[in-house]
Design a protein around this ligand. Structure first.
Ligand code: NAP
Length: 254
C-alpha cells in the first residue's frame, strides 16, 4: 500500500468573507488544501480558522491581487507551504459604483485593476503549477452586471472582460488538462451588496426583499449557492466543461 496522496491545493482570492469565504470552506470540505488569500493575512485568518475547526487544511495569505510582486510571492509561498496550486478561484473584487458622468478616473482604474489585472496576474502565476501537474481548474467570478447595470460602467466592463479572459484560458490551457470557467452570480447577500444598499440610502431588509421579489426563485442568493457551483466546476467529473459562463442568479438574467 502506498502513502496516502497529498490533497490538491486550491487558492481562493478575496476569501476573508462573502462568496470567497464560503467557497474556501466548501473546497476544504471537498478535500482540497485551501490557500485563503485576501488583502491582509489577518483578515483571512477567520476563514482559515473555520476550515481548520472543521478538520480541513488551510493557509491564510495576504496579498493585493493587482500587484505583480505580491502575487508571485504569494503563489510561491503557497506552493512551498501547502503544495503546488492546481485550482484557482479568482474571486477578489471591489465596487466603485457611480453614474457615468460622476465616475472618476480612479473609480474606473481601481475596479478594472482589481478584477482584470488581478485575475490575469493570479492566473499567470498559478498556471505554471497546473501545466506541470497536467491538471488544473480555473474559475473566474463574473457577474450578471456583465450584461449591463446602471451605475456600474467600470464593474460591468470588468465582469464582461473576465468572460473573454475565461474563454481564452480555456482555449490555451485545455490541452494541458486545465479547464477555465466563469460564474456570473446575481444578487448574493454579502458585504458588497450590503454596502450597495447603504450607498443608496436604503434599509437593508427592505432592499433585500425588493431584490428577492424580482428573482424567479423568489429569494436572494447566498454565498453557498456560488460555492456549490465552484465545487462542481473544479470537480474531477467536470473536465469536459470549459470556457463556459454559468449564471447563478435564481433565474436566467436577474
Ligand atoms: P466581498 O464580501 O466584498 O468580498 C470581496 C473580498 O475581496 C474582500 O474580502 C476584499 O477585501 C477582497 N479584495 C478586494 N480587493 C482585493 C485585492 N486587491 N486583493 C485581494 N483581495 C481583495 O464581496 P462578495 O460579494 O463576496 O464578492 C466576491 C466576488 O463575487 C467579487 O468578484 C464580486 O464582484 C462577485 N460578485 C458578487 C455578487 C454579489 O451579489 N455579492 C454578484 C456578482 C458577482 P476588503 O474587504 O479588504 O476590500
Amino acid at each position: 500500500m502506498g502513502a496516502p496522496s497529498s490533497p490538491r491545493v486550491a487558492i481562493v482570492t478575496g476569501a476573508a468573507g462573502g462568496i470567497g469565504a464560503a467557497t474556501a470552506q466548501r473546497l476544504a470540505a471537498d478535500g482540497f488544501a485551501v490557500a485563503v488569500l485576501d488583502l491582509e493575512e489577518a483578515a483571512a485568518a477567520g476563514t482559515r480558522e473555520a476550515i481548520e475547526a472543521a478538520g480541513g487544511t488551510a493557509l491564510a495569505v495576504g496579498a493585493d491581487v493587482s500587484d505583480a510582486a505580491q502575487v508571485q510571492a504569494a503563489v510561491d509561498r503557497i506552493a512551498a507551504e501547502l503544495g503546488p496550486p492546481v485550482v484557482l478561484v479568482n474571486n477578489a473584487g471591489v465596487t466603485r459604483d457611480n453614474l457615468l458622468f460622476r465616475m472618476t478616473d480612479d473609480d474606473w482604474d481601481v475596479v478594472v485593476r482589481v478584477h482584470l489585472r488581478g485575475s490575469f496576474l493570479m492566473t499567470r502565476a498559478a498556471q505554471k503549477h497546473m501545466i506541470d501537474a497536467r491538471w488544473g481548474r480555473i474559475v473566474n467570478l463574473s457577474s450578471t452586471s456583465a450584461l449591463g447595470n446602471r451605475g456600474q460602467a467600470n464593474y460591468s466592463t470588468a465582469k464582461a472582460g473576465l468572460q473573454g479572459f475565461t474563454k481564452t484560458l480555456a482555449v490555451e490551457l485545455g490541452k494541458f488538462g486545465v479547464t477555465a470557467n466563469a460564474i456570473a452570480p446575481g444578487f448574493i447577500v454579502t458585504e458588497m451588496t450590503r454596502a450597495t444598499a447603504a450607498r443608496l440610502g436604503r434599509d437593508w431588509a427592505e432592499y433585500e426583499a425588493e431584490r428577492a421579489a424580482a428573482i424567479p426563485v423568489n429569494r436572494a442568493g447566498r454565498p453557498e449557492d456560488i460555492a456549490h457551483t465552484v465545487s462542481f466546476l473544479v470537480s474531477e467529473g467536470a473536465g469536459f466543461v470549459s470556457g463556459q459562463v454559468i449564471y447563478v442568479a435564481g433565474g436566467p438574467r436577474t
